[in-house]
Design a binder for this molecule. Structure first.
Ligand SMILES: Cc1cc2nc3c(=O)[nH]c(=O)nc-3n(C[C@H](O)[C@H](O)[C@H](O)COP(=O)(O)O)c2cc1C
Length: 186
């Protein structure tokens, strides 16, 4: 069984994390979820239709943010890598500086040190030089900075379509194919 880690941090866009869990649910890929404290706040502001219990039930395994001894904190626990959706500037900075101060940033650090795939759906605008330097640092360490910028050339009609398209493109980076997404030229 393949495994992927999903991190949800406290940037706007909790729906990206829910979408990742929803798209992965029917696939033969085990999901390991960690949600930051700030993300629980953004969830309250942004998600009205689902409770946090309903969201976590989409994942196969859920870890408390302070559980620094969890399986995903160790490189010996093999995964395809980690998608952080959305990724706050705080979490980006913590990863760029290997702080590993909670389970989410520790899991990301482990993914980088094991040379596995790390994809950060960062969300902030505008950006200052500190943000950009942190993105450079993570990129040099092998991570992929993937801001969820909508592809306006695609026939995407709703916000949900745009979220689905962005998350499916992020999952492409793990070689995970979501058959229903529109692809240019197909
Ligand atoms: C409603 C709301 C929206 C936020 N949006 C963003 C955002 O888009 N990007 C960002 O970097 N931080 C955003 N923040 C601030 C982060 O939640 C804050 O920096 C927090 O410390 C991030 O912690 P974490 O990285 O551990 O989740 C937002 C906070 C709230 C309450």
């Amino acid at each position: 069984m393949k495994r992927i880690i999903i991190g949800i941090s406290g940037a706007s866009g909790f729906a990206y994390g829910i979408k990742a869990l929803t798209l992965l649910k029917p696939l033969a890929i085990e999901t390991h979820l960690v949600i930051s404290k700030a993300a629980k706040t953004t969830c309250c502001h942004e998600v009205s239709q689902l409770s946090i219990e309903q969201i976590t039930s989409l994942a196969d395994n859920v870890y408390p943010i302070d559980d620094i001894g969890a399986a995903i904190a160790s490189g010996s626990f093999k995964t395809m890598g980690m998608l952080i959706a959305p990724c706050s500037m705080h979490t980006l900075a913590a990863i760029a500086h290997s702080l590993s101060d909670n389970l989410l940033t520790r899991a990301a650090d482990v993914v980088l040190k094991e040379r596995r795939r790390l994809v950060l759906m960062i969300r902030e605008t505008p950006l200052h030089l500190g943000h950009i330097k942190n993105m450079e640092a993570v990129t040099l360490m092998g991570g992929i900075v993937f801001p969820p910028v909508p592809a306006l050339y695609q026939p995407l009609q709703t916000i949900d379509d745009m979220i689905t398209h962005s998350v499916a493109r992020a999952l492409d980076l793990f070689d995970i194919d979501i058959p229903s997404i529109p692809r240019w030229g197909e």
